[in-house]
Design a protein around this ligand. Structure first.
Ligand SMILES: [Zn+2]
Length: 241
């Protein structure tokens, strides 16, 4: 390069620029394909109406597994960590950065003492649908950057608050390194389970729970129902790739 004439230099820079565009394009295509996935899905049309993007609501599996996801992080007690450790249940934690910053040590201890992964649930829990790309990107990329620093692993899953998202969310999530946007197919609250379909857990169900004061009742209700349905709790990241 040091000996290149000005014309050659311009040619080289154009070449590098073109290469960068190609690399960026292939990353975007790869990310979109990964987000589309092959799982049980709910399609949404994009703004042009000419293609669809998809998110995971349930995991398509024949194995007798069920997935417990615990969201937000508003309520935190040492007993919660003890209970999760004692029950030996793997969990996928979709944490809101505001709560993580209040008490990172709680989540570090939870991660260390249980089989769990820390995933992304935005900076401060907004309804993302309809928000501009830059705002959505900030809400998703900043927690991923921070969790990577704080916990030594970059989240690969993203759950939008209230399950609310649009095409821009899928694009922003992919650009921030999230491989899947995860919804849910059952929920446990106040010690009771509710289902998107049917009246019991089935293989591949993703169950939504929260860090709330009813934590102990909710965890017991989930474990009872999983047991009754003959399902083994498992980690989402072991079944989504
Ligand atoms: Zn939430």
């Amino acid at each position: 390069m040091a000996f290149a004439s000005p014309k050659v230099r311009i040619f080289l820079w154009c070449g590098l620029g073109g290469l960068a565009v190609l690399v960026a394009a292939s990353v975007l295509v790869t990310a979109s394909v990964r987000l589309a996935g092959t799982h049980s899905v709910s399609p949404t049309s994009n703004t042009n109406g000419d293609s669809t993007t998809e998110a995971v609501h349930r995991v398509d599996t024949e194995e007798p597994v069920v997935f417990l996801t615990i969201d937000d992080g508003a309520s935190r007690t040492p007993e919660m960590i003890d209970e999760l450790q004692d029950s030996d249940v793997p969990t996928t934690l979709f944490l809101t950065d505001d709560y993580v910053q209040q008490d990172p040590e709680f989540f570090r201890e939870l991660r260390d003492r249980t089989e769990s992964t820390i995933e992304n649930h935005t900076l401060d829990h907004p309804d993302l649908s309809g928000k501009p790309y830059e705002k959505q990107r900030e809400e998703i990329c900043k927690p991923s950057d921070r969790y990577e620093d704080e916990f030594g692993r970059r989240p690969v899953l993203f759950r939008p608050p209230y399950g609310s998202y649009d095409d821009t969310t899928l694009r922003a999530a992919a650009d921030c390194g999230a491989q899947h946007l995860v919804h849910w197919s059952a929920e446990v609250a106040d010690g009771e389970l509710s289902y998107a379909a049917g009246d019991e857990l089935v293989p591949g169900d993703i169950v939504l729970m929260h860090f709330r004061s009813e934590f102990s009742r909710d965890l017991d209700a989930f474990l009872d129902q999983a047991d009754e349905a003959g399902l083994r709790p498992a980690l989402l990241t072991d079944y989504l790739d």
